[in-house]
Design a protein around this ligand. Sequence first.
Ligand SMILES: Nc1ncnc2c1ncn2[C@@H]1O[C@H](COP(=O)(O)OP(=O)(O)OP(=O)(O)O)[C@@H](O)[C@H]1O
Ligand SMILES: [Mg+2]
Length: 451
Amino acid sequence: MGSEKKKILIVDDETCVRHMLRLVLEGAGYRVTEAGSGTEALRLLQDEPFDIILSDIRMPELDGLDLLRQIKQLGVEGMVVMMSAYGSIDTAVECLKKGAYDYISKPFKPDEVILTLRKAEERIRLQRENVKLRWQLSQKKDNHSIVYRSNVMERLLDLVSRVAETNSSVLITGETGTGKELVARALHQQSPRYKKPFVAVNCGAIAPSLVESELFGHARGAFTGAVQQKAGLFEEASGGTLFLDEIGEFPMDLQPKLLRVLQEGEVRRVGETRSRKVAVRVLAATARDLRELVANGDFRDDLFFRLAVVEMHIPPLREGREDVVLLAKHFANGIAASEGRSTPEITLAVEERLGDYSWPGNVRELANFMERTMIFSRGDVLGLETLPGEIRRKNRGGEQSFSLKQAALRLEKEYIHKALAATGGNRTQAAKLLEISLRKLLYKIKEYGLE
Ligand SMILES: Nc1ncnc2c1ncn2[C@@H]1O[C@H](COP(=O)(O)OP(=O)(O)OP(=O)(O)O)[C@@H](O)[C@H]1O
Ligand SMILES: [Mg+2]
């Protein structure tokens, strides 16, 4: 970014003014395009974006103010600088009110024009930097932010906010990498306990012989190696939340003890006789089918019911497909921002391929995938050629298709909608994302009634 030549569109009905400006601006390192009228300018703007639009005010047919109005209305990108020989203060104020960046009165000296353009450029740079900083800040402030767009996820997060206030145990289920821990943290963050600890323990990662003392603590000398007395994770999480990850791996012989702790709200350290009160909210997660474990006698049903007072299931990515592209952008932007690169553009072809792939490792796989893709992509555009082979080819398959024409129209409408949402309604950028001309986009917006 930054160092590449800035593109300027000069709009003036007087040929000699355009030529003079072209000489001056090209000499100052700009890439110049000329338009002899407001109408021609609009046509050019619909086909490609410009960084700065330098427009005369007095012109036949579409004058400068009308052009400015249309540019703002269409959401076309670019700083507008107006110029006029007939300029009065009123016209200048009017231009600035309508969204022009600055105003130059004719006749002007070349230096004056260049100075104004440099200021506009600086403003563009600051604006872009601002967007990046805001993004970085939002990441820091809320690094557990959950990105979603699908209805299933929306309902789930709705449930999260309602359940967060209660003390009920929650069992979070879902395939690997779907975001179970993220949801557990959100439950804690949104609860009245948010200032108290959130303690996560992976039940599958502790040696079975140590699970009891890890969770409940131990007295000094309770067993070989217990040189110091130690509080368990339940006590550590007191007042807060204890997250029992991979609960399906919890040792069968300790399950009655866990159940008792949950029911009575007190723990007894290994080797001690007295109990200690703990006010802990318990969340559990599993990628396994706990009901099946219960049916096979590998998990106690009473513990299951105690843990699964509320059950939250996070669907795999391939079922909530609308989330894929949004998440991909989220990760790509995050990586770009952290490396000081500009926000990459993801082509439509890539979006389609991302949506088609089955993502067996779900969001985690997608995050890792985007990291790899960003390493291998040089430019600001993530195109099909930057994708690793496996994803370039894979197809979900097995899906029934009806009218191809209808499906194509639906998809087109959906993507236009998404692109507009992703760019906050900026049509120039949306057209870029969609890889169509702005003119085509404007036409389609009208056709699909997406205004
Ligand atoms: N909706 C989401 N928005 C943003 N990031 C997400 C989302 N879902 C998951 N992630 C990210 O994906 C990664 C995997 O999520 P998480 O660790 O919560 O999954 P998990 O279900 O606990 O996986 P596992 O079963 O393998 O432990 C994390 O880096 C998490 O931040
Ligand atoms: Mg996890």
